[in-house]
Design a protein around this ligand. Structure first.
Ligand code: SF4
Ligand code: SF4
Length: 334
């Protein structure tokens, strides 16, 4: 069984989730700079909801903010007392494309399954409901079908486009928190498959091992000659998760603060340790990014750390493509 949501009822339904269910509603929209991103729905931006293809900026910041306070701490005798400062609102993330849902699954595998106890991430995860939506037009850099991330999963509800509305597929028992008799009508209709295929593709069979065997392939040197080490690729990527910690000691205050902030393997300082920088060349940093995405993570966690969204290719000022590098390696080219 599924439900039907009429197109004319979409905006009223989102307002209902906000006003009647008391949820923070986060939607894809076009911001004042013209970029597509996810932001909290408000009266001012309700007209700018974006339902086309995937957004330029992903929803990652709602799980892993660019900068976030982890806790307050104060010295107590020879020890230290930690004060949690987490305050999370229950919320719904509307409009996630299939690749976005898979990207959040990759973050779950790391922050929930592997680290086991990341309080900040876990609390956000536990207070978030997810409504996905069919991607109506893959972008020119998308290759999600090659990674199997074009098939939606990990959602509470998923909207498939129909002529005058959406077929609403149920994905979890939590979906009832999003139910409204007024907006969701029972239907015998079925979902319809996506209309357009990706124009880019990548052979992923045994890719992780092929990449590893080509650690010294000349392609790394050649591609890195253009790389600016700007880190746009990692900042924009929905699955890049590296962060750094900073402690701020507050003069005259009882407690001090610890923050975590996004970091990037593309920046030289990222690998600065006592004794030097162990990835000082651009070649080694670019290779690390691509290898982590297409080889190492798959070997450790069973999935690629790339969902084929193409955002890094789109954002790179010199158009370096990890899919292109992998293809060069697969074809034996240098
Ligand atoms: S590596 Fe690039 S294509 Fe893959 S998920 Fe990240 S941004 Fe998307
Ligand atoms: S976005 Fe492009 S130029 Fe910038 S660090 Fe990444 S690969 Fe290099």
């Amino acid at each position: 069984m599924g439900y039907f949501l009429a197109k004319k009822n979409l905006a009223p339904y989102l307002r209902f989730l906000q006003e009647e269910k008391g949820l923070q509603v986060i939607v894809p929209l076009v911001n004042s700079s013209g970029a597509t991103c996810f932001e909290e729905l408000s009266e001012e931006n309700a007209e700018n909801i974006f339902l086309g293809s995937r957004t330029f900026f992903s929803a990652k910041k709602f799980f892993l903010p660019n900068r976030e306070r982890e806790f307050l701490f104060e010295p107590v005798k020879k020890s230290c007392r930690i004060h949690e400062t987490i305050k999370h609102r229950h919320r719904v993330l509307f409009g996630l494309r299939s690749c976005d849902l898979h990207a959040l699954d990759a973050l779950d595998r790391l922050f929930l399954d592997f680290y086991g106890y990341d309080m900040l991430y876990r609390n956000k995860k536990n207070t978030t409901l997810k409504i996905g939506i069919e991607c109506q037009k893959p972008g020119k850099n998308c290759f999600c079908a090659s990674l199997g991330t074009d098939r939606p999963d990990f959602f509470d509800l998923f909207l498939w486009e129909k002529k005058d509305g959406f077929f609403v597929e149920i994905g979890s028992p939590e979906w009832e928190k999003l139910y409204s008799k007024k907006f969701l009508e029972e239907t015998k209709e079925k979902k319809t498959p996506p209309k357009e295929a990706c124009s880019l593709s990548l052979e992923t069979n045994n890719l992780e091992h092929i990449m590893e065997k080509n650690f010294e392939n000349p392609v790394w040197e050649k591609e890195s000659e253009r790389c600016l080490s700007c880190s746009s690729c990692t900042q924009i990527c929905p699955t890049c998760y590296c962060f750094t910690n900073e402690d701020y000691f507050l003069p005259g205050e009882k407690s001090s603060e610890r923050f975590r902030e996004w970091d990037s393997c593309q920046l030289q300082q990222f690998t600065k340790v006592h004794g030097g920088i162990f990835r000082s060349s651009r070649k080694s940093r670019l290779r690390q990014f691509v290898m982590h995405k297409l080889s190492y993570f798959k070997q450790h966690h069973g999935i690629h750390l790339c969902v084929g969204c193409g955002r890094c290719i789109e954002a790179c000022p010199v158009k370096i493509s990890l899919a292109g590098i992998a293809e060069t390696i697969q074809s034996g080219g240098k």
